[in-house]
Design a protein around this ligand. Structure first.
Ligand code: ADP
Ligand code: MG
Length: 370
């Protein structure tokens, strides 16, 4: 009876999951993964499709102005940059930062604006010196049926924005961004894990196609407006996919909220971080991979620990109660106590073996008994 009572106190069972949770929380924080929603994190093993936002997630998100073109007469390139910079000083989009850098480099004085309005996923609008100026995407021009001067063609691979004055296009600013060096490896590893990777961007078709091809992704959706981003996620979910979404911008927030797992890239906007279940402190796409592998491993450890603890109790309890007494096997209270401690140690050691897998950096964390 004493042995039964000793074994009935299921230390290992009670510690099995909390130990793994404590360990994985500490490790994830140390590795720059901020987990706001644990369920989402533990569900990482179910992901079948990962949707990436382009700007700032797969690319550096640091736009550089590579071309300025003025349509018609009476306006210089400087004037165009000046107007655009006036609008963009109020925007937090990476394109805005690029245009402002250009303005600073060409020593243009940025004018004051009134009535600034962000046309999310399409551009910005404000009044400068009594005239309504907009800086918008090619998609916006198409939607409003605003014509372009004859012979004008935006270069492929260029993220271009048009400057409009009173609904008439007066110029074009071409910007270029760079793919992050880690993106290709991230996509490769995800493929090896059997996860499909899709690109979802508000940018134009040519840029999207190029990035998707260069990184070997499974496909892309281009010129997607913020509310449509959410629709795309729903569409994928409707096909039975378990969808994770990675994004950084205000425009990604609805999609992040809607995805089964929302992952915000740290350098992005506060709204994205607020909506997502998981925040990556660094803006490294490889962190997404580590996160998924780590989520899988955490779950595996929990199951292992539960199996250990339950198995131990299931075997030791009947033994203590004397089911094998007939064959001369009966646990003494001392043996019961040793077994019980041993099971707790096994569970603790197993939890402490949890590591963040990383292909490049050797894990610093070695065995440590909790
Ligand atoms: P992504 O999905 O790549 O993060 P967004 O949805 O933020 O892109 O933006 C889509 C498009 O809208 C941009 O490629 C650009 O043409 C236009 N746009 C968005 N914000 C701005 C801005 N502040 N200034 C100029 N253009 C903008
Ligand atoms: Mg973005």
């Amino acid at each position: 009876m004493v042995t039964v009572i000793i074994i009935c106190c299921p230390h290992a069972l009670g510690l099995a999951v909390p130990l793994v949770v404590a360990r994985s929380t500490a490790l994830s924080a140390r590795n720059g993964l901020l987990i706001r929603n644990r369920t989402a994190f533990e569900n990482a093993r179910k992901i079948t499709t990962l949707v990436f936002d382009k700007t700032g997630t797969l690319t550096v998100g640091k736009f550089e102005v590579v071309r300025v073109e003025v349509f018609g007469q009476g306006l210089s390139e400087q004037d165009l940059v000046r107007l655009a910079a006036g609008l963009e000083q109020n925007s937090e989009h990476p394109i805005a930062a690029g245009i402002l850098r250009k303005a600073r480099a060409s020593a243009v004085s940025v004018p004051k604006v009134e009535g600034f309005k962000a046309l999310t996923g399409q551009g910005v609008e404000a009044t400068i010196e009594g005239q309504v100026i907009r800086v918008v995407s090619p998609g916006y021009l198409r939607k409003k049926e605003i014509p372009l001067p004859e012979g004008f063609a935006a270069a492929p691979q260029e993220t271009g924005v048009f400057v409009l004055r009173k609904d008439k296009s007066i110029g074009y600013i071409g910007l270029a961004d760079q793919i992050r060096p880690e993106s290709a490896e991230a996509i490769r590893t995800l493929h090896a894990e059997g996860i499909e990777c899709m690109l979802l961007t508000g940018d134009n078709d040519l840029v999207a196609a190029q990035v998707s091809k260069e990184l070997g992704m499974n496909g892309y959706f281009a010129q997607v407006l913020p509310h449509e981003k959410q629709e795309k996620i729903k569409e994928l979910q409707g096909k039975g996919e378990f969808v994770a979404m990675t994004g950084d911008g205000v425009n990604d927030a609805p999609a992040l909220a809607h995805a089964d797992i929302g992952i915000a890239v740290g350098s992005g906007s506060d709204i994205a971080a607020e909506t997502a279940g998981i925040v990556l402190v660094n803006s490294n796409p490889l962190d997404v991979v580590r996160l998924i592998l780590f989520g899988k491993m955490t779950y595996r450890k929990m199951v292992q620990n539960l199996a250990w603890a339950t198995g131990y109790n299931a075997v030791a309890m009947p033994l203590a109660a004397g089911v094998l007494y007939h064959w001369g096997v009966l646990l003494s209270p001392a043996a019961g106590a040793v077994l019980m401690s041993a099971s707790t140690v096994v569970v603790a050691v197993n939890a402490s073996l949890l590591r963040v897998k990383d292909k490049q950096v050797q894990p610093k964390i070695l065995l440590r008994i909790v």
